[in-house]
Design a protein around this ligand. Structure first.
Ligand code: AMP
Length: 250
């Protein structure tokens, strides 16, 4: 599975050129999706698969923060430098900072190829900001995919997760080990453990999800766009379930 990102004209993360010809007719249109689900359920992997295969812009706020964090100290705004501290502790970054980051991606959100938001919104305030923006732009959300997974499985996945620094393919030390330890099977890149995939940060992130993000399930259910998907299984199995669930909505 190649998960190489590309940057589109609008500066957002985009998939490879869409090959929608193999899709059922009702899915051959621009999708505007939000991917919900606790950390570790596989939103990033599904986001990569969906954007690669269907061409919509993949906007991951976590990836955008990590990219901003890797800039030299002098190139970071004070808000971005502070955001890094929240991230390392596993806490949510303040809404105003997140919204400023997402607004920078507004051309991707307006893209006629559609978009998928991965890791945003994470609070009701963020969801309201997005709703207002989408209403102003007259762009309805197509669906909010809610990836469901038992807590015990999430902890197991996060604590052994390894990510390729180059192509972002995801491995697991026991469940999906790379052939050579520390080296990506896909591209030979270096595998690393995310700073916040340590037991203390995992506990804080799951608590933040429960407190701040899980109320979004009700918020989107009321709007009739919530689409639950079982996230247990291989990436391809979950992808197939996602497409089936989107198809059922179309
Ligand atoms: P992720 O890669 O989506 O797990 O995000 C990693 C970290 O980035 C989170 O634990 C937060 O510290 C921060 N972050 C990403 N997206 C958001 C958001 N929408 N709201 C607040 N913090 C965020």
């Amino acid at each position: 599975m190649s998960t190489q990102n590309k940057t589109n004209d609008a500066g957002g993360l985009a998939g490879a050129p869409a090959d929608n010809s193999t899709l059922p007719k009702e899915l051959r249109r621009a999708w505007r999706l939000v991917l919900l689900g606790a950390p570790g359920v596989g939103k990033g992997t599904q986001g990569e698969l969906l954007s690669h295969r269907h061409g919509m812009c993949h906007i991951s706020t976590g990836d955008l923060f990590r990219a901003a964090g890797s800039r030299a100290a002098g190139e970071k705004t004070p808000a971005m430098a502070e955001a890094m501290n929240y991230m390392h502790r596993g806490e949510l970054v303040p809404d105003a900072t997140v919204w400023a980051l997402v607004r920078e991606q507004s051309n991707s959100i307006r893209s006629r190829d559609g978009f998928l938001l991965d890791g945003f919104p994470r609070t009701l305030a963020q969801a309201e900001l997005l709703k207002g923006f989408m209403e102003d732009e007259k762009l309805p959300l197509s669906a909010v995919v809610d990836y469901e997974m038992p807590h015990s499985e999430i902890i197991y996945r996060l604590s052994g997760r390894r990510i390729c620094a180059k192509c972002k393919a995801v491995f697991h030390v026991t469940w999906r080990p790379s052939k050579v330890e520390g080296v990506c099977d896909e591209c030979g890149g270096r595998l690393y453990r995310r700073d916040d995939d340590n037991p203390e940060s995992i506990a804080i992130r799951l608590e933040a999800y429960q407190r701040s993000t899980s109320p979004l399930i009700e918020f989107y259910k009321k709007q009739g766009v919530l689409t639950p998907v079982d996230a247990v299984g291989s990436a391809e199995e979950v992808y197939a379930r996602t497409i089936a669930a989107l198809q059922a909505r179309a």
